[in-house]
Design a protein around this ligand. Structure first.
Ligand SMILES: C[S@@+](CC[C@H](N)C(=O)[O-])C[C@H]1O[C@@H](n2cnc3c(N)ncnc32)[C@H](O)[C@@H]1O
Length: 222
């Protein structure tokens, strides 16, 4: 049902024919993930707070690219990582194995991710030293947890294809899981998104986007 496409930085993404959209930027899947989620989200949070451990919530787990790059970075940095992905339509494990994302992270992380992926859909799994992954196989609006997170990666399909992901209701629901001081990042920026996040009391910033997008949004929960 999904098809692989090579993006401008040589990394692969998937095309979802029913939704009519790619899972990542065609200007570079790995490049986008590193810039938007790692650079503007995780590294920004770490540089402000220097915590020994970080908790990340991702809406739209998909192929796991954002998790893999985050886990690889945290391992190199000596930080523990507790990562929760929310995914309404989990991909089959054999599709993930064909992404080639093992080329961008340590071989041990890649192998551990592939072998634990199915179990992550039912319970948290230790993927490496100090690294735990859980994937909630449900729509964002049905996700619930006792946990609160430092960083929220909002990686939904674009509003033209999935407007229900960008409504005040969905954004309010997912933002309840952010800690005070927590950082929300997404690859897009629209007037509506800024207005909604400001109405939640977040400090909203327009920051440089990944190649192909001039700007993106970062917001901090006060
Ligand atoms: C832009 S892609 C995300 C790409 C992903 N972060 C990756 O690195 O592969 C959007 C993802 O949101 C998922 N999705 C669609 N509707 C959803 C919903 N209601 N709740 C949670 N995830 C949803 C899609 O199945 C898809 O995996």
């Amino acid at each position: 049902m999904v098809e692989f496409v090579i993006t401008s930085d040589g990394s692969k993404t998937l095309y979802h024919p029913r939704i009519g959209e790619h899972y990542h930027s065609r200007h570079g899947a790995v490049q986008e993930s590193k810039h938007v989620f790692l650079g503007m989200g995780l590294k920004h949070f770490m540089s402000l707070h220097h915590p020994p451990a970080v908790t990340v919530l991702e809406i739209g787990f998909g192929t796991g690219l954002n998790f893999l790059l985050t886990a690889d970075h945290c391992h190199a940095d000596g930080s523990d990582l507790d990562y929760t992905g929310v995914e309404a339509y989990p991909l089959p494990a054999d599709t993930l194995a064909q992404t080639g994302y093992g080329d961008y992270v340590s071989p041990a992380l890649w192998q551990s991710f592939l072998s634990h992926y199915k179990d992550c859909l039912t319970a948290p799994q230790v993927i490496g030293e100090g690294c735990v992954l859980q994937i909630a196989p449900c729509p964002a609006l049905e996700f619930t947890t006792e946990k609160h997170f430092d960083v929220l990666y909002f990686d939904a399909f674009a509003a033209v294809h999935q407007p229900e992901m960008w409504t005040e209701e969905t954004l309010r629901h997912v933002c309840t899981f952010l800690k005070p001081g927590g950082v929300f990042v997404t690859y897009a920026i629209t007037g509506n998104l800024k207005r909604v996040l400001k109405s939640f009391g977040f400090t909203v910033e327009k920051v440089p986007g990944a190649p192909g997008k001039r700007e993106m949004l970062r917001a901090t929960k006060e």
